[in-house]
Design a protein around this ligand. Structure first.
Ligand code: PMP
Length: 363
């Protein structure tokens, strides 16, 4: 057998939410809803669908590796230079590119826990070490704890804002105070996958900090509020120097042409994004009310998913919900054993989830 890298033995494959088709097949169900992967329950903009249909006649050509049109459109939207963007097959791929650009064997990175599992994976793939700083008692990133964990080997701090799985945010003020204290040779990755749901109020507009801090990368995605998770397209925003380095590591043609065309059209349909955010706000209120009626603790959320404490082994509850054709996520993967993470759905999906949960928990 060909010898593989020792590190690979320590890795675990990513565990995604169960696909609808799998649940239908395994359980013999016909009507299944998935509230497990923080996808947009309204689908995507009809303009993105139109763009996709038009695009199909270009399938024999390589895509534009620089995503020029999308880059220019985003630069205009955020009043930044087109050279400040880098695109990836999902922000997942950009996490890999960042790790490949900055992590040497033995370097370390820091993040909160529980948080998005890929920060750890991309660090360890590069033979780096991850330090997990537990969240605060109110389930937020412990920024002081993270600052206290910085050592000579620290290269990157991954800040998930809002945090997956807890839906909590760090505020603009907290972020500013934090960035002031981080040494400039440490890169801070601000993962804002849920930006469109969280923006406004106390949530930071991180792009405004790019002139002041030369050690930050902001990550955004078209997978969530734009509803294009299946096409795989996300982007990084930083200063031109960092982007130029990341671009050396990026593979050619890493973002396919269909994704670029759909993302450009989706970006032009902000009405759809607003509708998605509005649906999310209404769904959030509906779920809060249902949890309160059932006497269940939940974590108030700034995103399109909620953590709820079901006061029982969540894997059991997850399985019982599956039998009723409702796919959610059990909290064990986040070391939150009695909690479920549920994506906010359409009004109908939310009702169905609540009904199923009431039956399962007999509340
Ligand atoms: N960051 C966070 C916090 C996420 O929750 C996700 C999606 N689960 C991603 C990044 C990756 O998203 P994508 O690759 O679809 O852009």
């Amino acid at each position: 057998m060909v010898k593989h890298r020792k590190t690979v033995e320590t890795l675990e494959p990513y565990r995604p939410g169960k696909p609808i088709s799998e649940v239908k097949r395994e359980l013999g169900l016909t009507d299944v809803i998935k509230l497990a992967s923080n996808e947009n329950p309204l689908g995507c903009s009809p303009k993105a669908v139109e763009a996709l249909i038009k695009w199909t006649n270009e399938v024999s050509l390589y895509p534009d590796g620089n995503c020029t049109e999308l880059r220019n459109a985003l630069a205009e939207k955020f009043k930044l230079d087109p050279g400040q963007f880098l695109f990836g097959a999902g922000s997942d791929q950009i996490l890999e590119i960042i790790a490949q650009t900055y992590i040497n064997p033995g370097d370390s990175t820091i993040t909160g826990w529980p948080s998005f599992s890929r920060y750890e994976a991309v660090t360890r793939i590069m033979d780096g070490n991850i330090i997990r700083v537990p969240l605060t008692r109110d389930y937020r990133f412990d920024l002081d704890g993270i600052l206290n964990s910085i050592t000579d080997t620290t290269r990157i701090i991954w800040v998930c804002n809002p945090n997956n799985p807890t839906g909590t945010i760090i505020t603009a003020e907290e972020q500013k105070a934090f960035l002031k204290k981080v040494p400039r040779h440490v890169l801070v990755v601000l993962d804002e996958a849920y930006y469109e749901y969280a923006r406004g109020g106390d949530y930071p507009e991180s792009t405004a900090l790019l002139d002041e801090y030369d050690n930050i990368i902001i990550l955004r995605t078209f997978s969530k509020a734009y509803g294009l998770a299946g096409l795989r397209i996300g982007y990084a925003i930083s200063n031109k120097e960092i982007i130029e380095l990341l671009n050396r590591v990026r593979g050619p043609f890493n973002v396919n042409a269909a994704a670029q065309a759909a993302a450009l059209a989706a970006l032009g349909d902000q009405e759809f994004v607003q509708r998605s955010v509005q649906n999310n706000e209404e769904g959030k209120r509906c779920l809060y009310q249902a949890f309160e009626e059932m006497g269940l603790e939940y974590i108030p959320t700034h995103t399109n998913f909620i953590m709820v404490n079901v006061e029982k082994n969540s894997v059991e509850v997850f399985k019982a919900l599956l039998q009723k054709g409702v796919i959610v996520r059990s909290g064990d993967i986040f070391d939150m054993d009695n909690w479920l993470r549920v994506t906010i759905g359409t009004p109908e999906q939310n009702r169905r989830f609540i009904e199923a949960l009431k039956e399962v928990l007999q509340r």
